[in-house]
Design a protein around this ligand. Structure first.
Ligand code: MN
Length: 320
């Protein structure tokens, strides 16, 4: 997926809050954003209050929705730097193609992890067919300084640990939860877990107290630390929590993400994660002139051009 309209000013911004050294309950509304082909999603990260949760720096929730033939996800070739894209497919089938030559169908229950490093390009299109259904979360993980200029890579993870606990089916997407570890290869301490229930469920999930965490309901209604949540609200939880109380009365799905406070100033613009405006300008110039990012073959969707980067210098130089 892609950031078609980078409306959030790049960090550092005057209104983003520092990571607290204690638990918090902060309700943050997601924003409706188009990601291509007219598909509207809910963007939970970044937001004006919280830029990152650990190294998680971007969180889109797409669907659930039914689409007619020819519609669905249509995100043509576009570049990334400095991040990993992490796609969690709940319903539907999406074809990933990238400039390394990978073509991968991602199906429900799988994670696709693309490490951009110094540069990669890819496309994401709903599988051909008579329409379909789409429900997915796409997250970005900011790569730490030591890894952000590394080689690009792509991997599909068809199987992830699944634990039944308290009426929830807990899928460990990244890092560890309930003593199980995800095989997904990441470069900083972080976690993600998908909790789904088909009826009433209740769970106290142990957390790593040094992490900051957030919860996003992806379906139904659930209560997290006493806060009732539906899709469209991110609950930021702060740090120093030993456990998290999650409950629901009927079918629901909750995504929990967390990680060690990232500690590096991250600049996000369009599909790029970097540190300096000059890096954005260079990546934009290179992509728009067909350099550096290779070529994606086979996507039915048109190549996306980077928007005008000239306003970034002014916005990015805002005082903190
Ligand atoms: Mn992308």
């Amino acid at each position: 997926m892609t950031d078609l309209a980078p409306v959030v000013p790049p960090s550092p911004a005057t209104d983003a809050a520092p990571c607290p050294d204690h638990p918090l309950l902060e309700r943050i509304e997601t924003r409706a954003t188009e990601i291509g082909g007219g598909l509207m999603i809910r963007r939970a990260l970044p937001n004006r209050r919280r830029r990152t949760v650990g190294a998680w720096c971007f969180l889109d929730h797409a669907g659930p929705l039914d689409y007619p033939p020819g519609a669905g996800l249509r995100v043509g070739p576009h570049p990334h730097i400095g991040l990993q894209t992490f796609t969690w497919m709940i319903e539907g089938d999406v074809v990933h193609r990238d400039s390394l030559g990978n073509e991968q169908l991602i199906t429900p229950g799988q994670v696709n992890l693309m490490t951009a490093g110094r540069g990669i390009s890819h496309s994401e299109d709903s599988a051909p067919g008579p329409g379909g259904r789409l429900h997915a979360a796409q997250l970005w993980i900011a790569l730490p300084e030591a890894h952000r200029h590394g080689p690009p890579a792509f991997r599909n993870y068809p199987r992830l640990p699944l634990i039944e606990r308290g009426g929830f089916a807990v899928r460990v997407l990244a890092g560890s939860a309930l003593s199980e570890s995800s095989p997904v290869e990441v470069y900083s301490p972080l976690m993600a877990a998908d909790l789904s229930a088909v009826g009433a469920a209740r769970l106290e999930m142990p957390l790593i107290a040094a992490f900051e965490h957030a919860a996003l309901v992806l379906g139904g209604t659930a209560t997290v630390e006493g806060e009732s949540l539906s899709p469209g609200t991110l609950l930021y939880l702060g740090t120093r929590r030993e456990r998290l109380a999650v409950a629901c009365e009927r079918a629901a799905r909750v995504l929990i993400v967390g990680g060690a406070p990232f500690g590096e100033e991250v600049l996000l613009w369009w599909n790029f994660v970097a540190r300096r405006v000059e890096e954005m300008e260079e990546a934009t110039r290179a992509w728009n002139s067909g350099e550096r990012f290779g070529e994606v073959r086979g996507s039915p969707s048109p190549r996306l051009l980077a928007p005008d980067v000239s306003g970034l210098r002014l916005r990015g130089s805002r005082p903190r």
